[in-house]
Design a binder for this molecule. Structure first.
Ligand code: PEP
Length: 248
């Protein structure tokens, strides 16, 4: 089954009004990247979400990096209702930085996926092992445990994209080899086949994330089970356009 390539740009806690305008201009000017052929979704900080949503070309999309709940008494947070209210359709959930810095467990991440999907958003649900876990040969155990938590609550898999992001590759410049990434993606797809359904295993997009750049994207995306990327650092520069072109 042909899966539409998906490219996420996670801007993390970066940007000023000026740099965000420049970045949007780079994306808007990339006329040779056709958003009907690939899904392009960028995730600015909460403070820049509405501005980017208004100024970004309409064949590209905007995602939140996080939210707290449907709505309610959560001082300092943003809700799914607010994301919907400004017209967003995506939210990143379970990023390793949320897990390590804000102690979000598998269950918290899974609950957020449920809240997002129930509200009609598409969740970009992240999983990935630490270096220690990889060295202890626990990659499969950890990633499938994280995936199981999501699977426990997901009813509509059309509203979910999985992002496999080995923690040791995020922001480190140490990219997984195409073989290492493909192996994990194939294992995840096999897990979905056995534990969810053939149909979901065939259609769900599994992104790779971790030090993806313009010059390694092309070889990674050639792998059969890699359907696109979640990109951090390189999504803040024009290099992101080169990454997008790997999917065309
Ligand atoms: C990320 O934060 O999701 C990520 C993959 O970052 P980087 O591309 O900088 O490694």
């Amino acid at each position: 089954m042909a899966r539409k390539p998906f490219f996420g740009g996670n801007w993390k806690c970066n940007g000023t009004q000026e740099s965000v305008d420049k970045l949007v201009k780079i994306l808007n000017d990339a006329k040779d990247v056709d958003g009907s052929k690939i899904d392009v979704v960028v995730a600015p900080t909460l403070i820049h979400l509405a501005k980017v949503h208004e100024s970004l070309r309409k064949d590209f999309h905007v995602s939140a990096q996080n939210f707290v709940a449907e709505s309610g008494a959560y001082t300092g947070e943003v809700s799914v209702s607010m994301l919907k209210d400004i017209g967003l359709h995506y939210a990143i959930v379970g990023h390793s930085e949320r897990r390590s810095l804000y102690h979000e467990t598998d269950e918290v991440a899974a609950h957020k996926v449920k809240v997002a999907v129930d509200a009609g958003l598409t969740a970009i649900a992240c999983i990935g092992e630490t270096l220690q876990e990889r060295e202890e040969n626990k990659t499969n155990e950890v990633t499938t445990r994280q995936l199981q938590a999501y699977a426990n609550v997901i009813k509509d898999w059309d509203k979910v994209v999985i992002a496999y992001e080995p923690v040791w590759a995020i922001g480190t410049g140490k990219v997984a080899t195409p073989q290492q990434a493909q192996q994990v993606h194939a294992d995840l797809r096999e897990w979905l086949r056995k534990n969810v359904s053939e149909e979901v295993a065939d259609k769900v997009r599994i992104l790779y994330g971790g030090s993806v750049k313009g010059d390694n994207a092309e070889v990674l995306i050639k792998e059969k089970d890699i359907d696109g990327f979640l990109v951090g650092g390189a999504s803040l520069t024009a290099d992101f356009i080169k990454i997008l072109k790997s999917g065309l």
